[in-house]
Design a protein around this ligand. Structure first.
Ligand code: ATP
Length: 888
C-alpha cells in the first residue's frame, strides 16, 4: 500500500489525529505496550533467599541439634534462618518495587503530530493512525508505515538479527516481502541510526511485529556487583573456616579434654552459630537498594547496580557542555554581518528586544545583509517556538530556537517567512557534520539553498561574502578571526550562508550538494548561560579528588571560556578533535591526563578518550546523549545518559540516567555512591566483632573447661537482635560530612583493610574479655549460672548498642550532637533493641525458652558498664589513630 492509502485506511492525515480521536482509539486498541511477563513466583522468590552458604551451615547445625533433641537450640537456629530469609525477602521486594518505579521513569517517549502540532508523549500512549516523527537515536515506538523519509537508516538487529544498517524509503513492498525487505516500514523496537522520517502507526503493543520495548526494559539489570561477589566469596570462605575450626575444637574437646561427645556437640554448635554473620547478605542488599533509592531522589536513575559502587570510586568525570554544564537556554546576542556587529537585547525565549548598533537602537529593515542573515537562520531551522500560558517554550533544538526568537524580534516569525520561501527539502543537522542545509523556493520561484553551522565548516563552502550593498570575494581570514573572538567570549557561533541554484537532483537536497559556491551572510553569537549549580559541583568534585573534563562539540574558544568560568581548565589549552585525530594512543593518553577541555570532539573521539583515561588507571564517568555516544557510554566505568535530551540509544547504553541532564546530579550521585560503600563497610565493621566476641567467649570456655557463658540459643538471640535492629540502622546512615573531601577509593581496595581487621580484633577482644570476666566473677560471687548468663547476654548487646554509635563515623568522633542523634533510625533501633532485651530478661516465656532470668539494677549497671567500656575504648583508639594519621 502507498503511504496515502495507509493514511486513508487508518482514517488519519499528515496533521495526525485529534486528541479526542486518539483517546477513543486508545480505548479500542489499548496501550502501546506488551503484557509484561509475570514476575517470579513469590514462593520461589522466598525460597531463593535460603540459597546462601551461611544459612546452609546454620540449617545443618539445626538438624544436628534436632537429632540430639536439643529442641530449644533447633527452634532458635531455624528461627534465625527463617527470620533472615524473611528480612531479605521483604527487602528484595522493596528493591524491586523501587526498580519498577525507576523503569517507569525511563519509559520511552515519542514525538507525535496531533491536530497539526508536534507533541512529546509516552510511547505507550500511541495509537494506530498516529503520525510519529523519527530522529537519530530514537527507538521506533510502534510499527510505522513511513510517509516521508530523509536519509533514514535503521538498525533492525533487534528484529532480524541483521547488524548492517538498513536504508529506508517510502516505497510500497510486494505483499509477500519478508520483514527485512519491507523498506517502507520502521518496526517497533528497532533503532534509528541516521536521518529523519515521519511515519504513521499501523500496529501497537502486542500487535506490533516485536515487543522489543519490553525486552529493552528488561535489560535494566539487577545483576550482581563486584562488591556483592566479593562479599559472597567472603561468606563462603568464612563458612569454611568456621566449619573447620568448629570441627577442630570439637576434636580437641573430645580427645584432649575428654568431654562427652554430646556435650562437645552443644559447645561446637554454639561456636559455629556465634561466628556466622547470618545477617550479612540481607543487609548488603538493603544498603545497595537504599543507595539506589536515594540516588533516584536526587534525580540520578541507576540502570545497572554495579554503577552504585563504581560511582563511589570515580576519579574522572567527562561531561558534555551544552545542557549539562550549561542551561541550554540559548539566546542570540550578536549578529555580525557586512562588517558590523549588531547587539540583540533580551534573554531567554521571550521574543522581546531591540537590535542596536554601537549602542543605538536601529531599524533592522535598513540593513539588508542583517535581514538576509536572520531570515536564513529562521528558514534553515527545525525547531518550534510555543507560547502557552504566558510562557515561551521550545520543541526541538534550543540553538535553532534562539534563531526563531531572533526572527520574531525583527518581525520575521517562522510561519510567515516560510510561506514566502517554502521549504522543499532538508539536510538535517548532525553533530558529525556540524551543519544543516535546507532547500527553498524564493519568491521568484528560484531554488535557494541555505546552510548554517559551525563557522569553519560553513566558511569552507563560501567564496563570496554579503556586504552592505552587493557581494564581494570573501575575506576568510577576517571571518575566522571574528568567529574566534566571539567564541572566546563563551558564545556559541553559527555561520549562515546561501546559494542560488538547483541541487543535483531537483527538489531533493543531499549532503553532497553542500559542496561550495556559497555566499556568507553573517555570524550569530549565541549565549548559553552556565548552570549556577554546575560551578559549585565542579568545585566539589575537585575537592573530592575527581577531575572534571569537558568534552564538547562546540568551538574551542567557546569551550575554553566556559571551562574558565567553571574554574576547570587552568592554563592548559583546549584540545580539538582535529588534534586528537592525529595523535596515537600514547600521545592521547598524555593529553587526556593533562588537559581538561576538549572541543569539536566527535563521538568516536569520546571512545578513544575513555580508553586513554582508563589506560591511565582512571575510573571514568562519561556523559552522552546521541546514538553515536553509545560505545563510549558502554566503555566508561559509569556511562551517564541524559534523561531529558538523550536518545533512547544513549540511555540503553548507560549505567545511569540523569533525569534533569544536570552535571550537579552526577556529583550528587558520586556522594551517594561513596556513602553506600561507607555504610557497607560500617556494617561489616559493626557486625564482625559481635561474632568475633561471641566466638572468643565460647572458645575460651572450651579451652579452659569453663561453664558456657552463652548457650547456643542465647548466641543466636544476640546475633538476631543486633543485626536485624542495630545493624540495619547503618544501612540508613546519611553521608558523612567529609564524603566529598576525601580522595576516591582505589578500585580494588579490599573491604577489610588491615586497619579494619585490627579494629575487629580489638572490639572482639574487649567484648569477649568484658563479658567473660564479668561472667566468671559473678559465678565466683555465687550468682546463679542463669543470672550470670543473662548478664553476659545483656553486656554484649549493650556493648553493641554503644559500638553502633562508635561506628556511625568511621574515624570522626561521635561524642557530639550529630554523632549521637544524627541518625534517627539508629536511635529507633536502639530503642527497639532495649525493648527486646527487656523482654528477653523479664518475659516469663522468654525466661523459659532461653534460660534467662530477671535482673536487678545492680546487675544492669554491671552489664551496661562492660558495654560502656567498649565505647570509650573505641573512641580513644579512633582519636589516637586520627592524631597519628594527621601527623603523617
Ligand atoms: P556538547 O557535546 O557539549 O553537548 P554540543 O552537543 O552542543 O556540545 P553540537 O550540538 O554537536 O555540540 O554542536 C557542534 C557545533 O555545531 C556547534 O558549535 C555549532 O557551531 C553547530 N551547531 C549546533 N547546532 C546546530 C544546528 N542546529 N544547526 C547548525 N549548526 C549547529
Amino acid at each position: 500500500m502507498t503511504p496515502a492509502e495507509v493514511l486513508e485506511r487508518l482514517d488519519s492525515s499528515e496533521d495526525g489525529l485529534t486528541e479526542d480521536e486518539a483517546l477513543r482509539r486508545r480505548a479500542q486498541y489499548g496501550l502501546n505496550q506488551l503484557v509484561r511477563a509475570k514476575s517470579q513466583n513469590v514462593l520461589v522468590r522466598f525460597l531463593r533467599q535460603f540459597h546462601n552458604v551461611l544459612l546452609y551451615v546454620m540449617s545443618g547445625a539445626a538438624v544436628i541439634t534436632a537429632l540430639l533433641q536439643h529442641w530449644v537450640d533447633t527452634a532458635v537456629l531455624f528461627a534465625a534462618v527463617v527470620i533472615n530469609a524473611i528480612v531479605a525477602f521483604i527487602q528484595e521486594g522493596k528493591a524491586e518495587a523501587a526498580m519498577n518505579a525507576i523503569r517507569a521513569m525511563l519509559s520511552p517517549h515519542a514525538t507525535v503530530v496531533r491536530a497539526g502540532r508536534d507533541k512529546d508523549i509516552e510511547a505507550a500512549e500511541l495509537v494506530p493512525g498516529d503520525i510519529v516523527k523519527l530522529v537519530p537515536g530514537d527507538r521506533v515506538p510502534a510499527d510505522l508505515r513511513l510517509i516521508s523519509v530523509d536519509e533514514l537508516q535503521v538498525d533492525e538487529a533487534a528484529l532480524t538479527g541483521e547488524s548492517l544498517p538498513v536504508d529506508k524509503s517510502t516505497e510500497a513492498a510486494p505483499v509477500d516481502a519478508t520483514i527485512g525487505d519491507r523498506f517502507g516500514m520502521a518496526y517497533s523496537g528497532t533503532m534509528v541510526l541516521h536521518g529523519q522520517a515521519v511515519g504513521i502507526v499501523v500496529a501497537t503493543g502486542s500487535a506490533s511485529e516485536i515487543g522489543q520495548i519490553d525486552q529493552m526494559l528488561k535489560k535494566i539489570s539487577t545483576s550482581s556487583t563486584p562488591l556483592l561477589r566479593q562479599i559472597s566469596h567472603f561468606g563462603r570462605v568464612l563458612a569454611l573456616v568456621i566449619l573447620l575450626f568448629s570441627l577442630g575444637v570439637y576434636a580437641f574437646g573430645v580427645l584432649w579434654h575428654g568431654h562427652s561427645v554430646k556435650e562437645m556437640f552443644t559447645m561446637t554448635v554454639a561456636l559455629a552459630a556465634s561466628a556466622i554473620p547470618e545477617g550479612l547478605p540481607a543487609i548488603i542488599t538493603v544498603t545497595l537498594a537504599i543507595g539506589v533509592q536515594r540516588m533516584s531522589r536526587r534525580r540520578a536513575i541507576i540502570r545497572r547496580l554495579p554503577a552504585v559502587e563504581a560511582l563511589g570510586s570515580v576519579t574522572v568525570i567527562c561531561s558534555d557542555k551544552t545542557g549539562t554544564l550549561t542551561t541550554n537556554e540559548m539566546t542570540a546576542q550578536h549578529v555580525i554581518c557586512a562588517g558590523q556587529t549588531f547587539d540583540v537585547e533580551g534573554a531567554g525565549y521571550t521574543p522581546k528586544g531591540e537590535l542596536a548598533l554601537d549602542g543605538q537602537v536601529i531599524n533592522p529593515a535598513d540593513y539588508p545583509a542583517l535581514i538576509d542573515t536572520i531570515r536564513a537562520g529562521v528558514l534553515c531551522n527545525d525547531s518550534t517556538l510555543r507560547h502557552e500560558d504566558g510562557a515561551w517554550t521550545v520543541v526541538g533544538d534550543p540553538t535553532e530556537a534562539a534563531l526563531l526568537v531572533l526572527g520574531i524580534k525583527v518581525g520575521m516569525p517562522y510561519r510567515a517567512t516560510e510561506a514566502e520561501f517554502p521549504r522543499v527539502s532538508t539536510v538535517p543537522f548532525e553533530s558529525e557534520r556540524r551543519m544543516m542545509g535546507t532547500l527553498h523556493a524564493d519568491p521568484h520561484g528560484r531554488p535557494l539553498i541555505l546552510v548554517k553551522g559551525a563557522p569553519e565548516r560553513v566558511l569552507d563552502l563560501c567564496v563570496v561574502q554579503r556586504d552592505q550593498h552587493g557581494d564581494s570575494p570573501i575575506d576568510t581570514e577576517y571571518w575566522h578571526r571574528v568567529a574566534a573572538e566571539t567564541a572566546a567570549r563563551g558564545l556559541r557561533v553559527l555561520a549562515i550562508a546561501e546559494r542560488h541554484g538547483m541541487p543535483r537532483t531537483p527538489e531533493t537536497l543531499e549532503f553532497e550538494d553542500l559542496d561550495g559556491g556559497f555566499t556568507l551572510l553573517g555570524l550569530v553569537g549565541i549565549i548559553d548561560p552556565l548552570r549556577p549549580e554546575a560551578i559549585a559541583a565542579v568545585r566539589e568534585c575537585h575537592r573530592a579528588g575527581i577531575r572534571v573534563k569537558m568534552i564538547t562539540g562546540d568551538h574551542a574558544g567557546t569551550a575554553r571560556e566556559i571551562g574558565n568560568q567553571l574554574g576547570m581548565s587552568g592554563d592548559s589549552p583546549a584540545v580539538t578533535g582535529t588534534e586528537i585525530a592525529t595523535m596515537n594512543d600514547a600521545e592521547l593518553q598524555a593529553v587526556a591526563r593533562d588537559c581538561d577541555v576538549f572541543a569539536r570532539v566527535s563521538p568516536e573521539h569520546k571512545l578513544r578518550l575513555v580508553r586513554a583515561l582508563q589506560a591511565e588507571g582512571e575510573v571514568v564517568a562519561m556523559t552522552g546523549d546521541g546514538v553515536n555516544d553509545a560505545p563510549a557510554l558502554k566503555k566508561a566505568d559509569v556511562g551517564v545518559a541524559m534523561g531529558t535530551n538523550g536518545t533512547e540509544a544513549a540511555k540503553e547504553a548507560s549505567d545511569m540516567v540523569l533525569a534533569d541532564d544536570n552535571f550537579a546530579t552526577i556529583a550528587a550521585a558520586v556522594a551517594e555512591g561513596r556513602t553506600v560503600y561507607d555504610n557497607i563497610r560500617k556494617f561489616i565493621l559493626f557486625m564482625l566483632p559481635t561474632n568475633g566476641g561471641e566466638a572468643l567467649v565460647v572458645i575460651a570456655a572450651i579451652l579452659f573447661q569453663l561453664t558456657l557463658p552463652l548457650t547456643p540459643a542465647q548466641v543466636l538471640w544476640i546475633n538476631l537482635v543486633t543485626s536485624a535492629t542495630l545493624g540495619l540502622a547503618l544501612a540508613f546512615e546519611p553521608p558523612e560530612s567529609d564524603v566529598m573531601d576525601r580522595k576516591p577509593r582505589p578500585r580494588n581496595e579490599s573491604l577489610l583493610s588491615r586497619y579494619f581487621v585490627w579494629r575487629v580484633v580489638l572490639v572482639s577482644v574487649l567484648m569477649a574479655g568484658g563479658a567473660l570476666s564479668m561472667f566468671l566473677l559473678e559465678l565466683r560471687l555465687g550468682t546463679s549460672v542463669e543470672m550470670a548468663r543473662t548478664m553476659a547476654v545483656n553486656a554484649i548487646v549493650v556493648a553493641e548498642m554503644f559500638y553502633l554509635l562508635n561506628n556511625r563515623f568511621l574515624m570522626a568522633p561521635v561524642l557530639n550532637r550529630i554523632g549521637l542523634f544524627g541518625n534517627r533510625i539508629a536511635l529507633l533501633t536502639v530503642v527497639a533493641c532495649v525493648a527486646l532485651q527487656l523482654a528477653f530478661t523479664y518475659a516469663p516465656a522468654m525466661n523459659a525458652f532461653f534460660g534467662s532470668t530477671p535482673l536487678g539494677y545492680v546487675e544492669w549497671i554491671k552489664a551496661a558498664g562492660v558495654g560502656a567500656l567498649v565505647f570509650v575504648a573505641v573512641e580513644v583508639e579512633k582519636a589516637i589513630v586520627r592524631r597519628h594519621r594527621a601527623r603523617r
